[in-house]
Design a protein around this ligand. Structure first.
Ligand code: B12
Length: 352
């Protein structure tokens, strides 16, 4: 979600870094990718009539557009070259600018991509066709309970939202709360953001409230001393941590002690924590925003740095399927997939 410039830079960084050694992934932004400088300049934008610039429509730089839409500047430039959209206007100074009306369109494109459509099939679509694509297939509308929670969020009624979430957690129990409340609510929030029905403040507020709830659920599970441990983290550049918090609750419910390192964790630290804590597994969360080749490279580097006895298990909507992912890494489907895998992981004996 937009609003944090640093996240955009990190996001950009994760998709442009070449595959260096493990030490290079320290969680700090790296140097600008040299491929970027060698690339031929993008084709020039078509000149727009001055009236377009003067009609009160706010104009944005490509960085602003990337921040507001969640689509990296490299991707925006590639789309412009391939599909002619987003189409920039040129200021009298020669600088390229984008219309703020491109933002809701791009958010909808991102939503379509997150539902598995390919860029080639959605970027060039006229607005009506994109609308019907989004209103057709896709995930089902949230049930009434989730819709009510989203309505509270839209009114920034954090106190009432938190009370309702507590009630739901008590009524449903932790597992069903994750599957029937927390996950669908986040999905619904993602759609609402893409449609412009909620803004960054709503989404950040929801993340904070849910994170508190998930931590409370996790710490309420009593684990015996000596319970097997699993290390949970996201890779450098990945800011989506709620999936990890959910996976941590699932671990605790299965009798596995979650050692949560959190988001944006340097690879050497993930590996060291796993060895030091004699972890039965390392669990990594990958969101839709960061899944891809650069993430696969980091996963391979992490795999190579872990002792062979410690499985590396990856989950989250951006995680790849078993056939397409890097070698030696397991992919689990959703929280249920993790649930199925945990008993084996917990039972594994760790040589001293
Ligand atoms: C909350 C949120 C944020 C918050 C995260 C806060 C936090 N503390 O986590 C913040 C503000 C940081 C954020 C930032 C961004 N976000 Co965001 N975000 C979301 C949102 C609304 C929810 C994410 C979430 O937690 N989902 C719930 C998880 C739990 O669901 P899941 O990934 O499907 O995972 C399920 C399972 O696979 C499994 N699972 C998940 N993790 C793990 C881990 C393990 C180990 C295991 C075993 C299982 C498992 O459990 C889940 C339940 O079944 C989503 C919308 C959505 N549909 O998810 C957008 C979304 C992911 N974000 C998006 C974008 C674009 C961004 C930004 C690029 C925006 C920007 N301009 O900066 C940045 C990227 C930052 C970065 N580099 O990581 C897009 C991605 C689209 C795309 N295809 O690229 C989405 C889909 C929104 C949208 N509709 O466009 N975001």
């Amino acid at each position: 979600m937009p609003g944090r410039k640093q996240e955009v830079q990190l996001f950009y960084w994760t998709i442009t870094l070449p595959p260096p050694s493990l030490r290079a992934w320290t969680g700090r932004p790296g140097p600008i990718d040299s491929r970027r400088r060698r690339r031929p300049p993008p084709t020039g934008p078509r000149e727009a009539p001055l009236a377009d610039i003067e009609d009160g429509d706010g104009l944005l730089s490509i960085g602003d557009l990337a921040g507001a839409s969640g689509i990296s500047t490299d991707t925006l430039r590639a789309w412009e070259r391939r599909y002619g959209r987003p189409e920039p206007v040129r200021l009298p100074s020669g600088h390229r600018r984008y219309r703020s009306s491109d933002v809701p369109w791009l958010r909808r494109v991102a939503e379509a991509l997150s539902r598995g459509h390919r860029a080639g099939a959605v970027v060039a679509l006229p607005p009506r066709a994109l609308d019907s694509l989004l209103s057709g297939g896709g995930p089902p509308e949230p049930d009434a309970g989730v819709a009510a929670l989203l309505a509270l969020l839209r009114r920034m009624r954090g106190d009432a939202l938190d009370r309702a979430l507590r009630r739901d957690a008590r009524r449903l129990g932790p597992r069903e709360f994750l599957l029937r409340r927390a996950s669908p609510l986040l999905e619904a929030a993602g759609r609402a953001w893409a449609d412009g029905r909620i803004e960054v403040r709503h989404e950040h507020y929801l993340s904070e409230i849910l994170e508190d709830r998930l931590r409370t659920l996790r710490s309420a599970v009593a684990l015996p001393a000596g319970a097997p441990a699993a290390v949970l983290a996201t890779l450098p550049g990945e800011q989506h941590g709620l999936g990890l918090q959910m996976a941590a609750v699932v671990c605790a419910l299965a009798g596995v002690r979650p050692v949560v390192l959190g988001v944006n964790t340097p690879l050497p630290d993930i590996a060291a924590a796993a060895v030091q804590g004699r972890a039965r597994a390392v669990l990594v969360g990958v969101s839709l925003a960061t899944g891809g080749v650069a993430t696969d490279r980091m996963l391979s580097a992490l795999r190579a740095s872990l002792p062979a006895r410690i499985p590396l298990v990856v989950g989250g909507a951006g995680a790849r399927g078993p056939r397409r992912g890097p070698r030696g890494i397991e992919f689990v489907e959703g929280l249920e997939g993790l649930e199925r895998r945990l008993p084996d992981l917990a039972g594994a004996t760790i040589p001293a």
